[in-house]
Write a protein that binds this ligand. Structure first.
Ligand SMILES: Cc1ncc(COP(=O)(O)O)c(C=O)c1O
Length: 420
């Protein structure tokens, strides 16, 4: 079957966060690009992580049939749902999940919040690996816990874990949980089995519970192999909670459904009890049928979409090499996100935002959102039609070239020198 990923789809008028809203501080506001503005003036949103592609045809058909039935009452997952989920992980990653390990939540981010509420007391600490997906910060702090960063290191080509630092930080008895982002958003690493084994061993030795956010696990570039954390070492499954979803893989994020895998029974009971305190019961009627159809019939589409995304990356990196040598794209191994180094332009976050958002009219996630380690970077979402990416790159070229033409502004001399 062939899929047309080149066709642009007008997503405006669908309550679409990416194309109709902009983030203003903490608040989402209906953006100026929502007013049906098209042509060269349109803002190109490459920020929030969803795809601009239609989902697998089997998902669209199933949802259409479900919608046409016309009754949307309370829904609950049945056997065929659990089979689709467990078969997917067994078929693709040789990971045997028992059905009773799975708890459904309306998203991975809500689940991470609930996990912190369940397993980390106020004042205790959660270890994360910045630069990292920023909702981990809120999930920790809004639930009264403290962030400890075992920051990734970037020796030049790809990001790596700092295991010496991890061992020191995990030894703090106040660190109760480590959130692993695997594959990692935004730096695109697909952690190797060896890296996961070292990470997991240190956490296990220090009695730190691992929450492994594996939402991007199916989005792999050629030659990459994903290892579920639970399979990376002895007793890792019992010491971990694995957050999965079909939402990134098949572009279903708006359906709000995810599967949280908790092999340890006592921990599972505690998590389910937290869910009850939030009144969680059942699941989204459309999410259930969409996930089942995606896992059962979406594999060919997934391979095709990742091949398209990889070609997008190849186009992008080629363009950067030829026309924007000041920038450096960090090669992703997984995810459809590309982390790009803008540091050589020497712009502060505000100046970079003006350049990209105001002048080029491209809406990216600025690196600083992912922690201080992201300073000077931008995150691009390249799960879009090639025409959009081409337009975005061409616009960046124009504004970066204009920047070089601007007269050199000498810095005002410092009038006072500190006396120490
Ligand atoms: C690492 C990671 N976890 C979780 C999410 C969001 O999960 P959900 O929409 O299920 O809350 C994202 C979305 O970008 C993500 O990148």
């Amino acid at each position: 079957m062939s899929f047309d990923f080149d066709q642009e789809i007008d997503r405006r008028g669908t309550n679409c966060m990416k194309w109709e809203f902009v983030l203003n501080g903490e608040e989402l506001i209906f953006g100026d690009h929502a007013d049906r503005k098209h042509g060269p003036d349109r803002l190109l949103p490459m920020w929030v992580a969803d795809m601009d592609f239609r989902c697998p045809p089997a998902v669209v058909d199933t949802l259409t049939q479900r919608a046409q039935q016309g009754v949307y009452g309370y829904s609950y997952p049945c056997d065929s749902y659990f089979e689709a989920v467990t078969d997917w992980f067994s078929r693709r990653y040789e990971w045997q999940i028992r059905r009773d390990w799975i708890t459904l939540t309306p998203g991975v981010v809500p689940a991470i919040n609930m996990l912190i509420q369940t397993f980390v007391a106020p004042g205790e600490k959660v270890l994360i690996q910045r630069p990292v997906y920023y909702p981990f910060f809120d999930a920790t702090q809004l639930n009264g816990a403290e962030i400890v960063s075992n920051s990734l290191v970037f020796p030049g080509d790809r990001y790596e874990m700092d295991f010496d630092d991890l061992a020191k930080k995990a030894a703090d008895p106040a660190v109760k949980m480590a959130i692993l982002c695997s594959p990692h958003n935004p730096v695109g690493r697909v952690w190797t089995a060896e890296e996961l084994a070292r990470f997991g061993r240190i956490c296990l030795d220090n009695d730190v519970l691992v929450v492994s956010d594996e939402i991007h696990c199916d989005l792999l570039y050629k030659g990459q192999r994903f290892t579920p954390f639970a399979k990376a070492g002895e007793n890792f499954a019992e010491n971990s909670i694995i957050c999965t979803a079909a939402s990134k893989s098949f572009n279903l994020a708006g359906l709000k459904i995810s599967n949280i895998i908790i092999p340890d029974e006592t921990r599972r009971e505690k998590f389910v009890a937290t869910g009850k305190r939030h009144g969680l019961f059942g699941a989204n009627a459309f999410g259930l049928v969409a996930v089942e159809a995606a896992y059962n019939y979406g594999e060919e589409w997934l391979a095709a979409v990742m091949a398209y995304v990889e070609e997008n990356y190849n186009f992008m990196v080629d363009y950067v090499d030829k026309h924007l040598p000041q920038l450096k794209a960090v090669r992703p191994e997984g995810t459809y996100l590309v982390w790009v180094d803008f540091r050589s332009l020497g712009l502060d976050p505000q100046a970079r935002k003006e350049l990209l958002m105001e002048k080029a009219k491209i809406y990216l996630d600025e690196g600083e959102m992912f922690g201080p380690e992201g300073e000077g970077f931008e995150r691009f979402n390249i799960a879009c039609q090639r025409s959009i990416l081409e337009e975005a790159m061409a616009r960046i070229k124009v504004v970066v070239e204009d920047l070089a033409k601007e007269p050199f502004k000498e810095k005002a001399p410092t009038r006072f020198q500190p006396s120490v």
